[in-house]
Design a protein around this ligand. Sequence first.
Ligand code: PMT
Length: 422
Amino acid sequence: MKIYGITSLKDVEVTYSSLLFAFQVVMSELTNPNILVGVTGGIAAYKICELVRRLMDTGASVRVVMSPGAEAFVTPLTFQALTGNPVHTELLDSNAEAGMGHIELARWADRVIIAPATANFISRLAAGRADDLLSTLCLATKAPIAIAPSMNQVMWSNAATQSNLEVVEQRGVQIIGPDNGDQACGEVGLGRMSQPEEIVAALENESSQKHLKGKKVVITAGPTREALDPVRYLSNYSSGKMGYALAIACHRAGADTFLVSGPVSLPCPQGVERIEVESASQMYEQVMIAVENADLFIGSAAVSDYRAETLAPQKIKKQADKIQLNLIKNPDILAQVSALEAKTYTVGFAAESENLQENARGKLEAKNLDMIIANDISIAEIGFQSDNNAVSILTRTDRLDLEQSPKRLIAEKIVDFIVQKL
Ligand code: PMT
């Protein structure tokens, strides 16, 4: 990672005030949060007694929900004695519904940590099941969810488990561990649950990153589709992966995150509000509504610059050897947001196949942006559709090159950089 920049007294002041802001956010995040601990049926369930103690040591208020399988390893009474709160086990419990039913518990929680998270529970989380208390809670809560997987090493490396993990991670679930080492089944490998102190550290670390708490962020993602007739459209190869990764990173940083998304096959990230659109005009309309009072706008969508001048009401027939398509310009969403009177910090992307830096800087100036992310799309391993990317972040005074890495990490680094500038 290379950093180019100008260090002036003003930059130092900005860094100091961002640090102060970050410190205040960390203090408020760690002030007695409500943490819901979900215990599922794995041998590591016994370690959760220690986890609960350590979470309470940080000042957290802890409530425990156990899956039926977990009760085979530890009794609810143990957790009740440790937390001083009743332990919840049943989805349909007339006593609980009168007090802390599943919706109340889901609302009460500031954080949810599932530990140990078995392969079975992870698959149920990926599938969005709601047939027991813990899975229903996970669907009903707006709180960030973390899981600490624990299972046999072969089960961990199984393609089904890995694909379930990918699904939940894409939705914004934090995955803590697992560790490598001796397993209860006698095998050695990856799959041992992380130690309670590591889980607490990972949760605290996540909380300390809430630099965008109280900020509203609007992000565009994916392609747009410009209809030609009832069955055909103009579009591009954008998968939405980059924009969705940014939405997850902003939500993790504590922002109220709105994702205006073109048609993609990705699930809506946990805690993010998604507004689905098809065309550039629809994206423009929805962005202009969503961007009111926004602190930050990130345009990562590959918006079609043009649309058909007229939309054929019926399917265009294959008759003439040559047909002409007249295209007219779409509104430039990014430029319009940047021109708004209420100034929102505006970040664009520049997908370029040549003269990357020069063209990106040209767009930074032409659209009067605060920042632009220069994205080389001439290399197959990065850019459109790929899981990885490599970009340069440009402002008028700085440049930061991010080497090729998963879009999730690129998004986190972009958000970190924006936080410094905000
Ligand atoms: O979705 P993925 O498969 O993960 O791929 C990610 C990506 C390559 C699409 C993404 O990283 C990216 O580079 N997005 C911008 C693509 C693009 O359309 O770039 P552009 O140079 O044509 O547009 C410049 C900027 O203006 C972009 O921020 C774009 O969102 C915005 N724009 C463009 C036209 C328009 N009518 N309205 C806009 O807001």
